[in-house]
Structure formats: C-alpha cells, structure tokens
Design a protein around this ligand. Structure first.
Ligand code: TRP
Length: 332
C-alpha cells in the first residue's frame, strides 16, 4: 500500500490577536505537528477583508498572528509560514472553484446564515450588510486548502462546516474533471474546540469572553478572576465538569494535576478563588516564556516579515503547480 505524503495545513484569520481558545484548538496542535511533519501555516489576511476595512489593522494582526506561531515554537525548518495574499494564485483558484460550488451550499454557511437570520429577526432584508466576500468565504478557504494538496487540516470546532465544504467542492470538481484534488481530512479536537470563555459560552472574540494568549501577567490574572462560578462556599463539594475553571485548567495541566484538581473539587474544602489562582499560575507558567519571545518579535516586525516572505517563496511554486493543473483540466 502506498501512503500519501501527509501535508498538514492550517490558516488563522488576521483579525485581532489570538486567544487561548485559538491556541488550544488549532495553534498548539499545529506546533506539535510541525515537529515531525511537513506543515503549512498561513495568516489569512484576505479572509479578513470582508469585515476589516483598515489596512493597518490587517497588517498588524498578520504580524501578531505570525509572531504568535513563531513564539510558540513552530518549527520553521519544517513549516512554510506565510501571508495568504503573498500567494495570489489562491484568488485565481477560488474564482475557478466558484463554477463547481452550488449556491445553495453557500446559503447554508454558518457565518453567512448568522447574519441573514439576524436581519430576518429584525424584520430587515436578509442580505443587509452581506458582501460577496462573506458569502464566498468558504470557497476561498477551500482554495487555501486544495491549492497545497493538503491532507490534514487542524482547526477549531467552529470551522468544521468549512472543512466539509472544502471536501465537497474537491469531490465535485474531481467527479467532473478527474482526480485533480486531494480530498482533505479535518483534524478537530472536539473538547478543545469548545473551550469555554469567561461566561461559559464558547470562547470567542465576538462574545468578548476570551483570554488573550499573550496578555500581560496582570491582565491574565484579572481575566481569570472574572471567570463566572456558582455561589458554592469553599467547604462545599463542587462539580468539576460544569466548572469553567476546571475545563480550562484541563487543557493546560498534566493528567495527574487534572485528577488532583478533580478530587479537590469533589471533596470540598477548596474555594473558587483558590482554584482560580491555581489556573492563573498554570496559564502563566506555560505562557510566560513564549510571551517574552512574542514581545521581542513585535519589537522587530521586519524579522517577522522576512520569515513570512521566505515562507511565501517556498509555498508559491506549489500553488502555481496546482493552479496550472486545474487550468489545464478545466480549459484544456
Ligand atoms: N476560517 C479560518 C478561521 O476563521 C481561517 C482559515 C482561512 C483557514 N483559510 C483556512 C483555516 C484554511 C484552515 C484552512 O479560523
């Protein structure tokens, strides 16, 4: 049996700065994969355009996201790290893929539907504030994945539908034009994808309930202290599985540390304040080293730019090769 070479790819959208949910969901697995695989990680600045109208903000966010990956120890010998727009072939592929993408599929896309549902609930025309960048977002994402012949795509649980769409688009293209695309698999850590935010809902930039990955120590502490708990007294036994503190801790601690905290919850005798302190210490000791490195990189953005440019120089020939193959298949 011949094994297809694994190509592990992920993108992070250039809006804002990463939070610990992004870290646990996609960035940490990617850093782990990069230690023993060929990996591709890019900063999706084109995907930010449907929403962000400030070029400076997109540029800064691109640097922040790239610096985050570098600071977390992404192995740059085995990884191409680059800016999406530095490989413009992806826009051509996206345009070509439109022709095999059913409009109805886009109508079902979660991000688009969230806007139209809200408009309808407010009695407005359903497409108010919807631009074609938002509507076709999943097609550009499919192009990102397919242009590098990716086999595995680590993402947070919120991106599951996008991966399904990329697979469907690849499948329908292949059924018309022959076996051109590799059909990728998603790598979705369900538990991690659902990392709760401070208020117990999914951690998300748009809910304002997130903890910035590289927040300064004092801010990190402040955010941890804001985690919502019930009103059980220190002496009372507590349910670890419904505790936001415990769930976040579980993503950072070792197995024995997790069972120890579980026992302290169920036994009673530990207040939520103490549990929060324990969580803060764990987050801070994990993130302090990378945070320092991150701040160093932000002070030298040209260094980050150089890394992105050399990543793009390696990625571009791969994209050109796929695009040429696709054009030949479609246009003769
Ligand atoms: N949509 C992804 C997000 O918001 C970012 C992204 C863009 C991506 N292109 C991708 C992720 C390709 C994986 C593969 O997080």
């Amino acid at each position: 049996m011949t094994m297809k070479k694994q190509i592990i790819l992920t993108g992070v959208q250039a809006t804002g700065t990463p939070h610990i949910g992004n870290y646990v969901g996609a960035m940490r697995p990617m850093v782990e994969f990069s230690k023993s695989n060929d990996t591709i990680a890019f900063i999706a600045d084109l995907h930010a355009l449907n929403d962000v109208r400030d070029p400076k903000a997109i540029k800064q966010s691109t640097i922040n996201c790239a610096a985050t990956y570098i600071a977390l120890g992404l192995d740059l010998n085995r990884t191409m790290l680059f800016r999406q727009s530095d490989v413009p072939e992806v826009l051509q592929l996206s345009s070509l893929l439109m022709n095999v993408t059913p409009k109805g599929m886009m109508n079902r896309a979660h991000a688009y539907k969230a806007v139209t549902d809200k408009n309808e609930a407010e009695g407005k025309d359903k497409d108010v504030d919807v631009n074609m960048g938002l509507y076709t977002y999943p097609i550009l994402m499919a192009a990102d994945i397919l242009i590098y012949n990716s086999t595995l795509v680590p993402v947070g649980a919120d991106q599951k539908q996008h991966i399904e769409f990329a697979r469907d688009i690849a499948g329908s293209f292949n059924s018309i034009y022959g076996n051109i695309f590799t059909v990728p698999e998603g790598y979705i850590k369900e538990a991690a994808g659902l990392l709760p935010g401070l208020d117990g809902r999914k951690m998300s930039k748009s809910y304002g309930n997130s903890i910035q990955l590289f927040a300064p120590e004092s801010e990190l502490k402040k955010r941890v202290m804001q985690i919502v708990t019930d009103s059980k007294l220190p002496a009372e036994p507590k349910d670890p599985d419904s505790s936001i503190i415990f769930q976040i801790y579980s993503q950072f601690a070792t197995d024995s540390e997790i069972s120890e905290l579980r026992k302290r919850f169920t036994d009673g005798g530990m207040g939520y304040g103490d549990a929060k302190n324990l969580l803060f210490e764990k987050l801070n000791s994990t993130l302090a080293g990378p945070r320092e490195k991150y701040l160093g990189l932000l002070a030298n953005p040209e260094q980050v730019e150089d890394i992105l440019k050399s990543g793009a120089a390696k990625a571009r020939p791969l994209a050109q090769e796929t695009l040429a193959r696709v054009k030949r298949a479609m246009l003769g």
